[in-house]
Design a binder for this molecule. Sequence first.
Ligand SMILES: O=c1ccn([C@@H]2O[C@H](COP(=O)(O)O)[C@@H](O)[C@H]2O)c(=O)[nH]1
Length: 222
Amino acid sequence: MGDNKMTRSLSTLAVELFDAGAVRLGDIEAKLGRHTPIYFDLRVIVSHPRMMNAVSQELLNLASNIEHDILCGVPYAALPFATVMSVTGNTPMIMKRKETKLYATKKIIEGVYNRHQKCLVVEDVVTSGGSLLETVSTLRNEGLSVDHAVVVLDREQGGASVLMANGVNVHALFTMTDLVTMLRNADRINDETVEIVSDHIKECQFGLKEPLQRINGADNGP
Ligand SMILES: O=c1ccn([C@@H]2O[C@H](COP(=O)(O)O)[C@@H](O)[C@H]2O)c(=O)[nH]1
């Protein structure tokens, strides 16, 4: 697919996601009482199978350039995408639990895998990189090799650099700049909103100076 055609299809997808309510604007309270003027809520997509398929197909296109044996979605929002990618691309998938199962199998990862397999992680949004890093850390502890992640949105708040410093290359369908530009071009948002979002992204950065516990722990950003 040519670059222009690909950009056109991503722009259409961005507008469809906005129209489906996946982009929330205003003074939104995020994790730990932090505030953000924009929140990308991809959880709505389970009610829109055609869009779920379109986003998963775009992620599969990104994944086609990355060598991998197995897929793993970051719980919970990315699980539907990883599942559709697994079925469509006929690639096995594993599921990381939020907490280790306390009875019977006592597993943290469900599904069949072998040590040293290359695992491609699937995530919906990267802000600080904390959620993705937590999943990568669990997978690496199980002996899997994790060098890449495909994500729907990189909010450009430093998470991708944090992940890169931890050996994970982030491949994003949209950056926040792409997303707001596409929505502005389609008249879904105005110039003022573009400016507010762009100021927020500049002011609210997570980086390598953050204590690792904060990035990799419970404090996972907006
Ligand atoms: O607009 C957003 C921002 C974040 N999320 C959820 O949070 C994590 C990503 O944040 P990190 O700080 O990188 O851990 C991600 O799993 C999202 O589910 C969101 O949905 N929308």
